[in-house]
Design a protein. Structure first.
Length: 161
């Protein structure tokens, strides 16, 4: 495990790049961004000491889904490579369970966000459909993808009832 120090504004990982490690925040804070430095930049999260990031790219062996930037001068991170993580799995299973619990939390949050988006699309499609007659050729009701999402959300609402 290698300790690294970052100055404020320094990029730790870059969206789209591959890296075989995760980071544990020992001191300071980082921001997690998509489209960093672009007009449509969005800050997804702010992480502080005892948080970690990069576990999805490490476990999935995929490129980074976001850019992570140090928010404080002197932010200290532990860089844990895939080999070190495998060793960590054997030696500190309780700490690894914390990481997996965190992943589950992130997945649940993503599920909630997805369902909120589906509900918004459902409401939008319903509003469009209510204002249409059989001859209408525009709007969400004519978009097969949005209509399928609408139908899935509607089916789930009926199943829950």
């Amino acid at each position: 495990m290698k300790e690294e120090k970052f100055r404020k504004g320094q990029i730790v990982v870059l969206e789209g790049q591959y890296d075989d490690c995760l980071y544990y925040i020992r001191w300071g804070s980082v921001g997690v961004f998509v489209n960093y430095g672009k007009k449509n930049e969005e800050k997804l999260a702010e992480l502080r000491a005892d948080d970690y990031f990069g576990e999805m790219a490490l476990l999935n062996r995929s490129s980074r889904s976001a850019t992570v930037v140090s928010l404080e001068h002197g932010t200290i991170l532990n860089r844990i490579t895939e080999n070190e993580f495998n060793e960590f799995l054997r030696e500190k299973p309780a700490r690894v369970m914390d990481i997996f619990r965190g992943l589950c939390h992130k997945l649940r949050a993503a599920d909630r966000s997805y369902l909120e988006i589906c509900k918004a699309v459902n409401d939008s499609v319903d509003a469009q459909v209510d204002g249409m007659d059989a001859s209408t050729t525009y709007g969400f009701a004519q978009n097969d993808t949005l209509r399928a999402i609408h139908d899935d959300v509607h089916a789930n609402e009926i199943t829950k009832a």
